[in-house]
Design a protein around this ligand. Structure first.
Ligand SMILES: N[C@@H](CC(=O)c1ccccc1NC=O)C(=O)O
Length: 256
């Protein structure tokens, strides 16, 4: 059954029964994506007196403590609190809506003379195909799939590998065109080691001059090949953490 979604004078249709999950699972073990030297996810069984929080060990219930690092362990969404001392800047306060019209694009990074792999503004503009400002439907979110789209991305150990990042001019361009949410399959929009500059983060959030407080960046997604470039309804869910970032669950629905 199709549901309708009104947007800027259009009436889109989508199938609530056909979600396309672009998050990565969070689990212990070696086969999990990892970056920024994060410890792996850990689930600890809680033991209090005679109680053991493990049914496998004879307990009545499973009851575990979770040890995780949002920026390093898997799909996560962050707000400008990532680069600010503002106590208000938590993902739970910044992300107040959860449905957005999103455009999925696929872009191949280019190699700079120093060897860095970078997603360039010019290539993203070609992938967007002149949607700014000509398109009838301006999206609120851009989902950036980098090419090639190897499944190995789902479990890559990125730390110390100088992963692909985004040209700051592209982040600036998206901010200027009022893209509120950027999602991508990389550990960061910025270079792994950049002396703390985080130029693309600053450009996307226009921080600190004209901070875009409701805007978010979601990193370490994975977009399967079956999803074609185009328009989707994005349901972006987080945990209600009063922290700069939260593990997140972006789910897409094809729009027609
Ligand atoms: N590039 C930064 C570090 C950095 O960006 C970072 C460090 C720890 C956890 C996440 C980070 N950035 C993620 O977007 C630096 O060189 O200081």
């Amino acid at each position: 059954m199709l549901a309708t979604y009104p947007y800027h004078g259009h009436t889109f249709s989508f199938d609530p029964g056909a979600p396309l999950d672009i998050s990565l699972p969070l689990a212990p073990g070696p086969n999990q994506v990892n970056c920024f030297w994060a410890e792996p996810v850990q689930f600890d069984t809680i033991r209090v007196g005679d109680f053991v929080g493990s049914v496998a060990e004879g307990g009545s219930t499973n009851y575990k403590r979770v040890h995780l690092t949002p920026h390093g362990n898997g799909t996560h969404t962050e707000c400008y609190g990532h680069i600010s001392t503002d106590l208000e800047a938590t993902i739970n306060r910044c992300l107040r809506r959860f449905l957005f019209v999103a455009r999925l694009i696929s872009v191949e990074p280019r190699q700079l003379p120093n060897g860095d792999q970078v997603v360039m503004l010019a290539d993203a503009q070609s992938a967007l195909g002149g949607i700014f400002p000509d398109s009838e439907v301006l999206p609120e979110a851009i989902i950036l799939r980098t090419l090639p789209n190897h499944k190995a991305k789902r479990a890559r150990q990125y730390s110390g590998t100088n992963p692909t990042y985004v040209e700051p001019a592209l982040a600036q361009y998206l901010a200027e065109h009022h893209i509120e949410h950027l999602l991508l399959d990389l550990p960061s929009v910025d270079r792994e080691e950049d002396g703390g500059q985080l130029l693309a983060h600053h450009a996307f959030w226009q921080y600190p001059e004209h901070t875009r407080r409701a805007s978010t960046i979601t990193e370490l997604i994975f977009v399967p090949d079956e999803l074609k470039d185009g328009l989707y309804l994005l349901n972006l869910q987080i945990t209600s953490l009063e922290l700069d970032a939260s593990p997140s669950k972006p789910v897409l629905y094809r729009l027609s």
